[in-house]
Design a protein around this ligand. Sequence first.
Ligand code: FMN
Length: 211
Amino acid sequence: MGGSKLDIWHSEDEPRLGAVLAECWHLLADGVADPQHDFHLTALATTHAGLGCTLRTVVLRKVDPVARELWFYTDLRSRKIGEIQNDPRIALLFHSLSDDTQLRVQAAATIHHRDGLAETAWCGLTPRRRRDYLISGPRGLPWAWATSGLPAELEVRDPSETESEAGRLNFAVVVCHIGQMDWLFLTPHGHRRANFSWNDEGRLQTSWLVP
Ligand SMILES: Cc1cc2nc3c(=O)[nH]c(=O)nc-3n(C[C@H](O)[C@H](O)[C@H](O)COP(=O)(O)O)c2cc1C
């Protein structure tokens, strides 16, 4: 229970699923706004034809509860892009130690590159944040030494606004449209679990689950 904002265990009433769903959106919004929040980072799972499943950490950039979207930014040349193109079904895993909460998300991902949405996001990035997209060559390419992939001078300073523009071509926004969320709340007195899923018409179905 320690520190959780969801004070359902001291309540006279059974917790309502609606309050739990609101708490999920709240935690995700905190994750976007606060780099120190546990939900700021998420593990993204995609399907790989040979490896089966692959995982990596990404930063949660935006949450839209109405559209049921979670956004992250990435390099168009990264392996995950090909994997999403092959199979847009992705999963995201969040865990907050301080909120005793795990959230598992199933979603369909859409890649935005050089469209209005991606351009707006790119314009919102400082030159420092754009530096990641100035790495030369495809991500994950074997190299003879421990390279950063950056031009040497950009290892020790931020790119100028003009220099940072070269990253625009590599920048992509991935929008994950949520189909299902599985919430797990840990307490010393027994855990609680709930599922939220939306059908093709966007109708929400909710259920408590045995943890
Ligand atoms: C703390 C942290 C945050 C990261 N954030 C991102 C991110 O927002 N977007 C991204 O593409 N990669 C991010 N990465 C790097 C990825 O985890 C991964 O190494 C990289 O994207 C290549 O993945 P891929 O080969 O599966 O495409 C982050 C890594 C760490 C450790």
